[in-house]
Design a protein around this ligand. Sequence first.
Ligand SMILES: [Zn+2]
Length: 272
Amino acid sequence: MPELPEVETTLRGIEPFILNKKISSVVIRQSSLRWTVPTKLIQKKLLGRTFSNITRRGKYLLLESCNEHLIIHLGMSGSLRIAKKEDLKKHDHIDVCFVDGTILRYCDPRRFGCFLWTKDVETHFLLKDLGPEPLGNYFSGDYLFHNSRKRKVPIKNFIMNSKVVVGVGNIYATEALFAAAIRPSSKAGKVPRKKYDLLAKEIVTILRRSIKDGGTTLRDFVSGNNTPGYFKQSLKVYGREGKECYECQTIIKGQRIGQRASAYCPLCQSSF
Ligand SMILES: [Zn+2]
């Protein structure tokens, strides 16, 4: 699944090819995504216009045009790439074509993504309740600590809740909790301040490292037959149930928390 680092890398990958270029057409072959694509509206809004700015909010890409925004989410399996007309593949649902021949192509095999339009990103139903960016100034151990008091949910659910902080997916949550030596099932409200400081730091470190690693795959966003791949992770606990912990050789345990697969080392993550 594309996570925050993939979305950030997508942004950096496509931006130089499409920014401030005039749009000649928008081809929508499949409008049945997570939410129905407003085909006519998007075509009307984008024809002859340009994208003046591209930003990311959580895992949403926001492409600004005349103070309004195209909202793109990659869903479970989506990707964006700069493509050639003839490179059309199955699941390539949408093309944004520019007058210079550049095509921004949206592919989404499982169709859980979205391609929507909004006049106001602040009040849009998908964006209005989002918590702070983990790589922004507002996110800290202090922030997590104060927002977690009296909360009985497992800390893993707490940090994966996009109202608390955006973009911390299952893999990153699992790995950050290992790095901070916190058991994923610990009640969020019981975890002490010092642990939250460490956890916030580890979340930032892991996300930054992934974005940095993703930078090396930037060329995959351009044409060819490749769709941009998701990052290979060097994982310490996620997906390693039944194997030995790299740190202490204890067997990694698996556990389902909030219907999501999770893993932890019973020894390294024994204090909280
Ligand atoms: Zn261990």
